[in-house]
Design a protein around this ligand. Structure first.
Ligand code: GDP
Ligand code: GDP
Length: 438
């Protein structure tokens, strides 16, 4: 999920940067290099009500000669408009309409992006109406009289603006959860699959557009649909002699990529092997949610310490997936098999979760007050300006700081731990993007 982008367009000195800072709550400019947005342009996270967006100032170019800067503005603006959901065209209400405004307006009318017209520098409401009136002739609809410096009029502008922004909050296209059952040969994947579906209830559906042997199995529990991904290999496996299956790691990797939640199946008798670690590593790289399923629990001789010893081994050998829940099951006896799907639900919810900017910044403020960011050799203090969640699946939080390289691994892990402690995210990896402000 990407935040919608709002481009601010206009001649130099009309007050674009002032307005941008006002919309973004006086944050200083940042360089945002999320996928899908252009590098080296300054984006600022902003919100109005519960709607979040990124605001980008297209200007910053100052030229003495009006004829020279127009094509440049146009070039900048045209790049910004390509990725924008809406644009705000800013004009100077004190100066009045200029021919450059007219040229920009004419060009804007040819664009497909919705454009709002902000008549800036209208400090006094009554005078503002008069100042704004003359801009009707730009043919861009109602001029909004605003003051970037004092903030008047910006509320009306924003009320209208958010009507033009796509809603990115949890669009539930389908409520299936894609689940991949992954593990070495003989850990019990096909036994687990059978335990989930019971032969007669299984719906097996080939995936359109893929090879015939990639087959999903669909199961339902309490109204929730689970699509068990690429079960073809797993189902066939039943008839192959124990130990002879060729382990296709590529097939496993492909299934991981299609999954929302991966069941990483381990064999309790064998413990954690290198192949298991490799699969776990891939799950993180792909940013998938995960449940660690320790199977064949019935085959382990147990005393009251066994489970703790196991958990210790798991924490050691799979420390990089310590956010994943672990469950000890037996596919053969059916012990706790149904419980796996409950953990899948939790992991899937965490994976899709979006946390508001204000909550993220509360966590950050608290974290920083306990433990300040490291300073460099030069003695300059590391500073976190603010954070915002830029996408989910997995939850990805951008942190805007004065100098990203100041923040060492230790401190980054500390901040990640704080997010986990305060906000949960059980079952999903989270990503932190450390971004230096320009
Ligand atoms: P930009 O070049 O379009 O980004 O414009 P700036 O934001 O740098 O502002 C240009 C000048 O206009 C600065 O001197 C600002 O202080 C002034 N300015 C910006 N917004 C307002 C406003 O709402 N009212 C008044 N009176 N001046 C403003
Ligand atoms: P796959 O290769 O991962 O699909 O593994 P299978 O489901 O074919 O199981 C491999 C072997 O382990 C078979 O002999 C199963 O009967 C056995 N097995 C699977 N699950 C369990 C379990 O929970 N307990 C025990 N004791 N054996 C199991």
């Amino acid at each position: 999920m990407k935040l919608p982008i709002v481009a601010i367009i206009g001649r130099p000195n009309v007050g674009k940067s002032t307005l941008v800072n006002r919309l973004a709550g006086q944050q200083s400019a940042i360089v945002h290099d999320e996928p899908g947005v252009t590098r080296d342009r300054t984006y600022l996270p902003a919100y109005w009500g519960d709607r979040e967006y990124l605001v980008v100032d297209t200007g910053g170019l100052v030229f003495n000669d009006e004829t020279e800067f127009l094509p440049l503005i146009r070039q900048q603006a045209s790049l910004a408009l390509k990725e924008a959901s809406a644009a705000i065209f800013v004009v100077d209400g004190q100066l009045g309409l200029t021919s450059a405004d007219e040229e920009i307006a004419e060009w804007l009318r040819q664009q497909t992006v919705p454009v709002l017209l902000a008549v800036n520098k209208c400090e006094s409401p009554e005078q503002g109406l008069v100042q704004a009136a003359e801009f009707w002739q730009l043919g861009l609809g109602e001029p909004f009289a605003v003051s970037g410096i004092h903030g008047n009029g910006t509320g009306e502008l924003l009320d209208e603006l958010i009507n033009h922004l796509p809603i990115v909050e949890n669009i539930p296209e389908n409520n299936e959860i894609n689940v991949a059952i992954i593990g070495r040969p003989n850990v019990g994947k096909s036994s687990l699959l059978n335990a989930f579906v019971g032969e007669e209830r299984a719906i097996v559906s080939p995936i359109s557009g893929t090879t015939r042997d990639a087959i999903d199995t669909v199961v339902e529990r309490d109204g929730q649909i689970y699509r068990l991904i690429d079960t073809a290999g797993i189902r066939k496996k039943k008839h192959i002699e124990y130990g002879t299956e060729f382990f296709s790691i590529n097939r496993a990797f492909k299934a991981i990529r299609r999954a929302d939640v991966v069941l990483l199946v381990l064999d309790a008798v064998d413990g954690v092997t290198e192949q298991d670690q490799k699969l776990a590593g891939r799950i993180i790289e792909e940013g998938r949610a995960c449940v660690v399923v320790v199977n064949k629990w019935d085959a382990v001789e147990k005393d009251s310490y066994t489970i703790y010893d196991y958990e210790k081994i798991l924490t050691e050998k799979l420390h990089f997936t310590d956010w994943a829940e672990t469950i000890f099951v037996s596919a053969v006896t059916g012990q706790r098999v149904e419980k796996i799907l409950e953990l899948v639900n939790t992991a899937s919810e965490a994976h899709k979760r979006r946390v508001s900017t204000s909550v993220i910044n509360e966590v950050l403020e608290e974290a920083v007050s306990w433990h300040s960011p490291p300073a460099t050799r030069g003695g300059r203090q590391g500073k976190i300006y603010y954070g915002t969640q830029v996408t989910s699946q997995p939850p990805t939080i951008a942190l805007f700081v004065n100098e990203a390289k100041r923040f060492n691994e230790n401190y980054r892990r500390y901040i990640e731990r704080q997010f986990r402690q305060q906000l949960g995210f059980k079952g999903t990896p989270i990503r932190l993007l450390w971004r230096s402000k320009k």
